[in-house]
Design a protein around this ligand. Structure first.
Ligand SMILES: Cc1cc2nc3c(=O)[nH]c(=O)nc-3n(C[C@H](O)[C@H](O)[C@H](O)COP(=O)(O)OP(=O)(O)OC[C@H]3O[C@@H](n4cnc5c(N)ncnc54)[C@H](O)[C@@H]3O)c2cc1C
Length: 265
């Protein structure tokens, strides 16, 4: 790992100034995606700007028709939040299924969405629930935010401050997890929310999270596992690795979609 300068700002303005102060500066939240990448020398930031001391980024609020989760909320915090459990239980359950206890106690929602790993769970939750990513300067709908493997519209000096989730009438997430890491081999979130039924898949495609329009239309007509049971997705563009081949991942999408619909009750 290369040497770097560590910054511990105590306000958002200080964090932004530190980010703009060095061309190779990067934010660090839980460090559970960034540090492994640095250890492999796939990233070598000149400066790390920690968000740990920036106040106001780890709150969870119930705003009536939506729940807002601060960017520095850990997965454990989201899983254990009475607000999230009460308003969007599928989101709490999804967060509880991320990695292991160490990952859940360090990794954050802001880091997860900014990193946009194609096997991460939050992208599916954000897209299915129709979430909005809030930054220091703008709000970005989830459909526009996740732009492909590790790609988002975030500027180099932009800070995700929160994620706002509309409260659905029903939602559930089903994941076929890699037994070692718990990353999704294929994970499907189904949500029936203010914008209708949305089905979002993570883990399966090299392009990251995607929606399955045919399943959404079928569920809008009849919200039942049978409605999606006969719908298959193409294996073109699916990931193929030691965990699963492309055809198996495509098969898993239908199976996980059925399970998620069943879990909606
Ligand atoms: C063993 C292991 C198992 C895992 N299993 C899973 C799993 O099952 N499911 C899953 O979804 N994830 C899993 N993860 C990933 C984990 O959830 C990470 O914590 C998460 O992806 C990144 O969050 P972080 O806070 O650690 O971000 P960091 O590693 O600190 O940062 C990641 C990236 O986001 C940027 N960033 C961080 N915060 C912000 C912000 N607020 N605004 C803008 N940019 C920001 C950083 O600059 C960096 O580029 C696993 C990780 C490990 C190590």
């Amino acid at each position: 790992m290369n040497d770097f300068t560590y910054h511990a700002p105590t306000s958002l303005d200080e964090a932004l100034a530190a980010l703009r102060g060095a061309e190779g500066a990067k934010l660090i939240a839980g460090g559970h995606s960034l540090l492994p990448v640095m250890k492999l020398n796939l990233a070598a930031p000149s400066d790390l700007v920690s968000l740990a001391g920036v106040p106001g980024l780890a709150d969870i609020s119930d705003d009536g028709d939506s729940v807002t989760v601060g960017a520095m909320c850990t997965h454990a915090q989201v899983a254990g939040s009475a607000t999230v459990q009460g308003r969007i239980p599928a989101l709490a359950a999804m967060a509880d299924g991320i990695g292991d206890a160490q990952v859940r106690n360090a990794g954050t929602i802001g880091g997860s969405v900014a990193h946009n790993d194609p096997a991460a769970d939050y992208p599916a939750a954000c897209v299915a629930l129709g979430a909005t990513i809030v930054t220091d300067r703008r709000e970005i709908g989830a459909d526009d935010f996740f732009q492909g493997m590790f790609m988002t519209p975030l500027a180099g000096d932009e800070v995700v401050t929160a994620v706002r989730f509309p409260v659905p009438s029903r939602a559930a997430y089903a994941k076929f997890a890699n037994p070692a890491s718990k990353y999704a081999v294929a994970g499907v979130m189904v949500a029936d929310g203010p914008d209708g039924v949305r089905v979002a898949v993570t883990g399966a495609s090299g392009d990251g999270v995607f929606r399955v329009g045919e399943m959404e239309a079928a569920l809008a007509g009849s919200f039942s596992a049978d409605a999606v049971a006969g719908i298959s997705v193409s294996s073109d563009g699916m990931l193929s690795d030691t965990a699963a081949g492309a055809d198996y991942r495509a098969h898993l999408v239908t199976v996980m979609a059925k399970r998620a619909v069943e879990a909606c009750g």
